[in-house]
Design a protein around this ligand. Structure first.
Ligand code: KG4
Ligand code: ZN
Length: 343
């Protein structure tokens, strides 16, 4: 089965071709100009997707050595994401499918992330504990199959990536926050400041607004911020390291609680924040402690990418799910395969 995947939910336009689950091409065009605005500007994002989508599809097909006629299935992100941005990739993909009479699969972006570990050579095994951490979501899930995803917990306020981005802005590191905090943290000492690790009383939920507010209070009292340029580099690095430590601990603690209470065959860490080195290291250590197989996608598949969208489309088709191009599946902001756990 050859699948063409298209992703345009935020500030990456991406097109991928997968043959029987193997990635033949996965092109990602990142809209770096948002850096000038301190965050993603939705209208500009949509326009940039429009400018590049057509040539990116051609390029991805060429790199994969395919033509549109070779494609069996076209999958595109149908949500969640910025509506205007989503519409570009979704309608482009749907138009192609309509013109070429291909099977069209609207893909939920989070489901794409959840199963992105399957793009790796060594695959996860069900039942699979998934920690999905991105700019918009923080979810702890127990995937029993490709169509049975038990939601154990989620954030009650900010997503982990959102907290990274907001704290980076607060301390003057700018956008994109995650990689900048990671780089500063590498030079800092996490033992210098103790930021709180939210305890959600045994539940699997997360909360990051407390740690974010603590960072704000700390810089206000220590440096009279928000004049953040006044924070000396050494202290800035310590704040970044201490904040990152608190977030990683909060995430890992909930995974550990789940491992104690549920029998799983493997663990997977996915989403944009899965690019974080400290989190990757801690997640591998947790897997080793419980003697479980750990699959973390390589960086190319952690951030937004079309390979995961194509894989998700393929997994749904192989699971026997049926799709009609006539049905209005847009937008798709909540996964129909999520089951709320009764804990
Ligand atoms: O999955 P993604 O690319 O887009 C969404 O669907 O949200 O995730 C983006 C998020 C951003 O909040 C970004 O700051 C965060 O992932 N991120 C990181 C790192 N790289 C990206 N967070 C922590 N450490 C990183 N190295
Ligand atoms: Zn994402």
């Amino acid at each position: 089965m050859i699948v063409l995947g298209i992703e345009s939910s935020c500030d990456e336009t991406s097109v991928a071709v997968l043959k029987d689950g193997t990635v033949l091409s996965n092109l990602i065009s990142s809209q770096d100009f948002h850096i000038n605005f301190g965050g993603v500007v939705p209208e500009l994002s949509s326009r940039a997707h429009i400018q590049i989508i057509s040539s990116l599809v051609k390029e991805a097909l060429a790199k994969a050595g395919c033509s549109l006629d070779d494609i069996d299935v076209i999958g595109a992100t149908a949500g969640p994401g910025l509506i205007g941005a989503l519409l570009v990739g979704y309608t482009f993909a749907r138009g192609l499918a309509y013109a070429k009479k291909k099977i069209f699969v609207p893909v939920n972006h989070i489901e794409g992330h959840i199963f992105s570990g399957f793009l790796m050579e060594v695959k996860p095994i069900f039942p699979l504990l998934v920690l999905a951490v991105s700019g918009g979501h923080t979810l702890l899930l127990l995937a029993k199959s490709f169509t049975e995803i038990i939601k154990l917990g989620s954030t009650v306020d900010d997503a982990a990536g959102e907290a990274f981005d907001k704290v980076a802005k607060m301390i003057g590191l700018g956008y994109p926050g995650g990689p900048k905090i990671q780089a500063a943290a590498e030079k800092g000492d996490h033992r210098k400041i103790q930021f709180p690790i939210a305890d959600m009383k045994g539940k699997y939920d997360f909360s990051f607004s407390g740690v974010k507010t603590s960072v704000l209070r700390y810089i206000q009292s220590a440096f009279g911020a928000p004049k953040t340029t006044l924070i000396p580099e050494e202290q800035l690095n310590d704040i970044a390291a201490s904040f990152q430590f608190a977030v990683v601990r909060a995430l890992i603690d909930k995974c550990e609680l789940a491992l104690k209470n549920f029998e799983v065959a493997s663990l997977s860490l996915v989403g944009g924040v899965a690019a974080n080195e400290e989190l990757r290291k801690s997640f591998f250590q947790l897997g080793a402690k419980y003697k479980k197989k750990v699959v973390i996608p390589k960086l190319e598949y952690c951030g937004d990418n079309a390979a995961m969208i194509a894989f998700r489309a393929q997994s749904l088709i192989l699971a026997g799910e049926k799709f009609s191009i006539e049905s209005d599946a847009f937008p798709n902001f909540s996964s129909k395969y999520f089951i709320n756990a009764s804990l």
